[in-house]
Design a protein around this ligand. Structure first.
Ligand SMILES: Cc1cc2nc3c(=O)[nH]c(=O)nc-3n(C[C@H](O)[C@H](O)[C@H](O)COP(=O)(O)OP(=O)(O)OC[C@H]3O[C@@H](n4cnc5c(N)ncnc54)[C@H](O)[C@@H]3O)c2cc1C
Ligand SMILES: *[C@@H]1O[C@H](CO)[C@@H](O)[C@H](O)[C@H]1NC(C)=O
Ligand SMILES: *[C@@H]1O[C@H](CO)[C@@H](O)[C@H](O)[C@H]1NC(C)=O
Ligand SMILES: *[C@@H]1O[C@H](CO)[C@@H](O)[C@H](O)[C@H]1NC(C)=O
Ligand SMILES: *[C@@H]1O[C@H](CO)[C@@H](O)[C@H](O)[C@H]1NC(C)=O
Length: 704
């Protein structure tokens, strides 16, 4: 808790320092435009003041006189007063202003009457300006700078939207912990209807944790319905903000050609809105995200927000580029601009943004996560550095302070966390040929909690820079000891698998450092009836939660723990923990989906988990049936208090039955293969109204 408070304080400090710098912002007001328009228009018509001169100077009658005539045309009743106010330094009085106006009337010079009038040479006579041009100039300035204001308001809204949502989520989350009985009492038809149709279901009817794919390489996760709604509202706002309140002002003094004008306005809008999205992009992707503590949302949900924010930001970046291209061509500055370093860095930033969007497709993340991460970080660095240089030209770099501050803050806390754990020697063992059990002493102050995860660095030359997330179990067998159960997959875990299979006893001592604990506690321990649905390596977290509740509530709790595994051998790697269940008030049920596979043969498969491949796997019939039957009997004998069922469970039905049998509020926690988790979710949604009690679902699986 101390570290959380400390980090929160640090974070606020960094944000404040970022905001401090934001006084460079400007909201443009009506009062400024007449002055701006006349100054610009006069300068285009003739040079009446020297470089250091001012239109306020009564000694320069031609300049002051021209200005008064110009202002008199503008339909803003405060134009004169505001000009006089702006001339405070020159002690300009209203009388002097009027005199200058009256005097100039006699001298106004029509510059168009002279062929090739030299507009850059200092001129000593008041000049005539047409009404149409003056009004055009005024409207042009208003159009340009009001667009800046809109960009500001819209950007702030897109930025603040998430904080509003997250603080509300935080309040709900707090309610779950502080007033569990109030939450449990919310089981009427109103709250059930809301939950059935909005907050609980997957976007479509089923798929959420289990990814969907189109055309084989286009794989994606489907958000839940509530997530989709929140993101859609944001996207709709963003689209509206990108499209509305553009004006075409003519004759335009700033951009005479229409497409140059519109290009620039679109570019200003999209560029500035993009800046506002930037800090959140970095914040939501970080491991130490203050808003995660506030809202209680999972890291994987923040990654979802990160993705949608960055998709839209990229679109805005592209729009900005297109708009500026039209503008540059329209005003003939395209080539000179492209030679400027700040524009080139802009290109770098934009290209990095697009590349990283493409490279973040799930196919790449699934097959080469470490490579993806490395490339993503490099691209993000260039995206930020490029953008920073690009915007500092116009004083728009404050958002980059924010983004950089947030990023550095995250990295700093990560280092602090690593140091606070230190480097320890872990005992790593390959069990049942499929799981790596990592046991490591923890410092006494390093306190894990049910459902948390931590990132492990294995300090081996081949992989010390990588850190992978795994669920933490505070050992039930030894004091101050953490255990992790790593399923063997294709990366680091595969390297360890190869190394360990050559060691005696498949066991080795490896130096590790651990970054954590991360994650959010869930309020499942407030429920007397709990059902845990675990699949394969999803067991550790749920086991930790279940035993935690059993220890706290004792006989008052009714806890069921379902565990789905492929074969009996899998029990081996979790057997010390399963043996502990004997003394606890937990009802364990284990499903074995392919009971005869892998009892003798090594059962390791080097594939990334996917149901298609799982189903495609052949059921190898064991030649030594007798041997395996003996093994199974022994196992069952040792674990008599566990119910074994062979075959694939239907979590949809199981959840439905549990709900109907419940004699009080009931909570489910799931962490299993995607399709099973989705079945459980659907089971909860469809059976909400089959009981008079509150039903809660805590989906514990996280993927990103
Ligand atoms: C919160 C959380 C808790 C987890 N708990 C466990 C657990 O208790 N036991 C367990 O066996 N697995 C757990 N996992 C999954 C585990 O992180 C991956 O299996 C592991 O990182 C794979 O390492 P690899 O290099 O061998 O994988 P690869 O073969 O390279 O990749 C396999 C899969 O893991 C994903 N992956 C790889 N590296 C990472 C990473 N650094 N962060 C996120 N995803 C990654 C890839 O996208 C791919 O889909 C957990 C994941 C998360 C997000
Ligand atoms: C009137 O205007 C003319 C031309 O700008 C200038 O030369 C002259 O000094 C002005 N007269 C007074 C009294 O300011
Ligand atoms: C304006 O008035 C103040 C005080 O009367 C005087 O000190 C200052 O020099 C004046 N400035 C100009 C430009 O005349
Ligand atoms: C200024 O001179 C041009 C060219 O002689 C003429 O067309 C125009 O009407 C004049 N403007 C005014 C306000 O008299
Ligand atoms: C216009 O005036 C400037 C400054 O006096 C001079 O350098 C320039 O050559 C002039 N241009 C023309 C076309 O006379």
């Amino acid at each position: 808790m101390v570290s959380v408070k400390l980090t929160a304080a640090l974070f606020v400090a960094t944000l404040l320092s970022a905001v401090q710098a934001e006084d460079a912002f400007e909201i443009y007001h009506e009062a400024a435009f007449p002055n701006m328009a006349c100054t610009a228009l006069i300068a285009k018509t003739a040079t009446l003041i020297s470089k250091k001169g001012s239109y306020c100077d009564i000694k320069n009658q031609p300049a002051l006189g021209t200005m008064t005539h110009c202002l008199s045309v503008i339909p803003d009743p405060n134009a004169k007063a505001n000009f006089i106010k702006s001339c405070a330094k020159f002690n300009l009085t209203e009388e002097q202003y009027t005199d200058a106006f009256n005097n100039a009337t006699n001298y106004l010079f029509n510059t168009s009457s002279v062929e090739k009038f030299n507009t850059t040479k200092l001129f000593h006579q008041p000049v005539m300006l047409s009404k149409k041009k003056i009004l055009g100039a005024w409207k042009s300035e208003r159009g340009r700078w009001y667009n800046y204001n809109y960009s500001f308001y819209y950007g702030v809204t897109l930025f603040a939207y998430w904080y509003l949502v997250l603080f509300m989520a935080g309040l709900c989350n707090l309610t779950y912990f502080l007033f569990p009985n109030f939450v449990k009492s919310l089981n009427g038809s109103f709250s059930n209807t809301y939950r059935k149709y909005i907050s609980l279901p997957a976007f479509g009817s089923r798929s959420h944790a289990h990814h969907k794919s189109i055309f084989k390489y286009f794989i994606f996760f489907v958000p839940t319905r509530l997530e989709s709604i929140l993101i859609s509202i944001w996207l709709i706002l963003a689209i509206i903000f990108t499209c509305v309140n553009f004006t075409h002002d003519s004759p335009n003094i700033i951009w005479p050609i229409k497409y140059a004008e519109m290009g620039r306005k679109i570019a200003d809008r999209s560029g500035q809105m993009c800046l506002w999205i930037l800090p959140n992009l970095v914040l939501f992707a970080g491991r130490n995200n203050v808003m995660q503590w506030v809202s209680g949302w999972s890291h994987s949900r923040f990654i979802l927000l990160h993705k949608w924010n960055s998709r839209y930001a990229t679109l805005l970046g592209v729009l900005h580029g297109i708009g500026m291209t039209y503008n540059g061509i329209g005003i003939g500055k395209y080539h000179t601009r492209n030679k400027q370093p700040y524009v080139r860095w802009g290109y770098v930033s934009l290209i990095c943004m697009c590349l990283s969007l493409f490279h973040s497709m799930l196919v790449f993340r699934k097959s080469r996560y470490e490579l993806f991460l490395l490339i993503h970080i490099i691209l993000a660095v260039f995206f930020i550095v490029g953008g920073w240089i690009h915007t500092s030209n116009d004083g728009f770099e404050q958002w980059y302070y924010g983004a950089a501050a947030v990023w550095i803050f995250d990295r700093l806390i990560r280092i602090v966390r690593l140091f606070s754990f230190g480097i320890k020697t872990a005992e790593v063992q390959l069990v049942a040929n499929e799981t790596l059990r990592v046991k490591v002493q923890r410092p006494a102050y390093w306190k894990p909690f049910p459902g948390c995860h931590a990132f492990i660095h294995f300090l081996r030359p081949s992989c010390f820079w990588q850190s992978h997330p795994f669920t933490v179990v505070d050992s039930v067998l030894e004091e101050n000891t953490l255990t992790f159960y790593l399923k063997v997959k294709g990366g680091v875990t595969h390297g360890l698998y190869q190394y360990l299979s050559k060691q005696p006893n498949s066991k080795a001592h490896i130096k590790v450092s651990i970054e954590g604990p991360y994650g959010q506690r869930v309020s499942i321990n407030k429920y007397e009836n709990t059902v845990f649905l675990a699949g394969g390596n999803g067991i550790p977290g749920l086991y930790y939660e279940a035993t935690d509740i059993a220890k706290r509530l004792g006989d008052k709790a009714k806890i069921k723990l379902y565990w789905v595994i492929r074969h009996y051998r899998s029990i081996e790697w979790f057997s010390p923990e399963l043996l502990k269940l004997k003394e606890m008030n937990i009802q364990p049920i284990i499903y074995i989906t392919q009971p005869h596979v892998g009892l003798v043969e090594p059962i390791f498969s080097n594939t990334v988990e996917s149901s298609e491949e799982e189903e495609a796997e052949q059921e190898k019939k064991s030649d030594t049936m007798e041997e395996s039957n003996e093994y199974i009997d022994q196992l069952k004998n040792k674990l008599k208090y566990i119910e074994f069922r062979e075959g694939r469970p239907d979590f949809y039905t199981i959840v439905g039955e549990e709900i109907q049998q419940a004699d009080g509020p009931i909570a489910f926690a799931s962490c299993a293969h995607g399709s099973m988790v989705d079945d459980a979710r659907k089971g909860v949604v469809d059976n909400l109204d089959k009981t008079q009690y509150r039903v809660e679902l805590f989906e514990q699986i996280q993927t990103w």
